[in-house]
Design a protein around this ligand. Structure first.
Ligand code: DOR
Ligand code: ZN
Length: 352
């Protein structure tokens, strides 16, 4: 049933369960954009060099906090980058001490700064078994990297070739399939009843591959996994608005300077942190499911990560179209803000 059409909605403060904050000057520019609306975020570890050890996660967390005002209530939830040399004892200690909330698996070469990722999955079996024992989630970039697999098929092939074998070998491992982009992934998560969830990004709810490629190439919509055909986007929207607790928000907001996006071999990533909540309200409203926004953005994620929902709330009010600055200025250069291609009417009150 579609909702009646409310013009204001109050929800528990949302969290972002997949976020790239980078480091240095870029971190300083983008961290406040997330902290303005979100209570917590799972912070991706794909820095150069990557965040591999507990000690590196502690140091990175300190740099994030230093980039935010002293009175911020924003809490970064750190992750460790899985390599073939990762020490299970270090991972277990980091989880036990609350330093790291999850481990991130990048297949080697899958995306930005993933060269130190995993090529031989047998080499990480011990870490995965330790994580299963202690209940620590594995966040997975679910794409195979083989050059002979078509880029639009890499997620579906990953499920069969990599994810199913890992989950069969270590059934108690709690897995988050990150930034799902296909009906195949949605079906796989829906059909698996234990120990799996999926994050969905803002932009994959809004764009399909035509937005990137038809009528001129639009590098600001290029990310990995790349957006697929329209039927897949529709499947993602249905999953997001369904209220199903296995699906929750992970923006994958991933800033790159325009100089690095607009080149012959441009970087993958969409920077959406600043506009995500307004974009989501439009998507959920269009689906007649604004009432499901809170589950997707604020409740399902904490449930999977076994954390309480945020106590405080934000209020979204529908009004005149927002005037969104098209770029975020950073000391490294401009970063283009995600343009959903339609006006945004939902204003977020209580921006602290
Ligand atoms: O588009 C992407 N950008 N996908 C990823 O997996 C990584 C991210 C980044 O770090 O820029
Ligand atoms: Zn990411």
């Amino acid at each position: 049933m579609r909702d009646a059409a409310p013009t204001t909605i109050t929800i528990r403060r949302p969290d972002d369960w997949h976020l790239h904050l980078r480091d240095g000057e870029m971190l300083a520019a983008v961290a406040p954009e997330t902290a303005r609306h979100f209570g917590r975020a799972i912070i991706m570890p794909n820095l150069v060099p990557p965040v591999v050890t507990a000690a590196q996660a502690v140091a990175y967390r300190e740099r994030i906090m230093a980039a935010l005002p002293g009175d911020t209530r924003f809490e970064p939830l750190m992750t460790l980058y899985l390599t073939e040399d990762t020490d299970p004892a270090d991972v277990a200690a980091a989880f036990g001490e609350g330093i790291a909330r999850a481990v991130k698996l990048y297949p080697a070469g899958a995306t930005t700064n993933s060269a130190s990722g995993v090529a031989d999955f047998d080499k990480v079996r011990g870490v995965l078994e330790t994580m299963a024992e202690i209940g620590m989630p594995l966040c997975v970039h679910g794409e195979v990297t083989d050059s002979e697999i078509d880029i639009f098929d890499r997620e579906a092939v990953f499920i069969d070739r990599v994810l199913k074998p890992i989950r069969k070998a270590v059934p108690d491992l709690r897995v988050v399939m990150e930034h799902v982009t296909t009906q195949d992934a949605v079906d796989y998560v829906r059909d698996s009843h234990k120990n799996i969830a999926a994050t969905i990004t803002t932009h994959h709810l809004i764009i399909n591959r035509n937005h990137i490629l038809a009528g001129g190439i639009r590098p600001h919509y290029y990310c990995l996994p790349v957006a697929k055909r329209e039927a897949h986007r529709v499947a993602l929207v249905q999953a997001a608005v369904s209220g199903d607790r296995r699906f929750f928000l992970g923006t994958d907001s991933a800033p790159h300077t325009d100089a690095n996006k607009l080149m012959a071999c441009g970087c993958a990533g969409v920077f959406s942190a600043s506009v995500t909540m307004s974009c989501l309200a439009e998507v959920f409203e269009a689906a007649g499911k604004l009432s499901a926004l809170e589950a997707f953005a604020s409740l399902n994620g904490p449930k999977f990560y076994k954390m309480p929902a945020n106590e405080d709330t934000i209020t979204l009010t529908k009004g005149a179209p927002l005037e969104v600055a098209p770029v975020l200025k950073t000391a490294q250069g401009d970063v283009t803000v995600f343009d959903p291609g339609f006006p945004l009417h939902w204003h977020i009150q209580d921006e602290t």
